[in-house]
Ligand binder design. Sequence first.
Ligand SMILES: [Zn+2]
Length: 153
Amino acid sequence: MNKRAEAGGMEQRLNQMLSKLKKHDFRLTPQRLAVLKVLAVSEGPPTVERIYETVRAEYPTTSIATIYKTVNLLKQLNEVLELGFPDGSNRYDGNKPYPHPHVICTECQTVIDPTLDGLKDLTQEVIKETGFHIHNHRVDFFGICRDCQSRSA
Ligand SMILES: [Zn+2]
């Protein structure tokens, strides 16, 4: 995907989040808008601390409670996907809020969203095997990224 398409995607995500929040009478302060902007970017999903640092650079009086509140509301509205980590440093993906696989580097904590066509087949297989109505899934791969591989080589 080229840079222009990425930027367009971010704006689209931002607008989707904004219209959803408007329906819920959410008072949109500049700080909260800044949180949405961080979440709408397609780069590796940030932690709350990371969002806090980014927003505080522009709005130094922002409290971490504001970040948590905004992220939690978006989570309730299915506008961000929470990615739990065993060490508690959860990441929040606002760019792709629907279930999708992640590939996570256990060295540097980089998170990548690969496009995997095989996942549709896998879901079908699960339905066939279990008879479940599947409404969600979690598929995460853990390993060592290329950068970390070459660093240790
Ligand atoms: Zn890495």
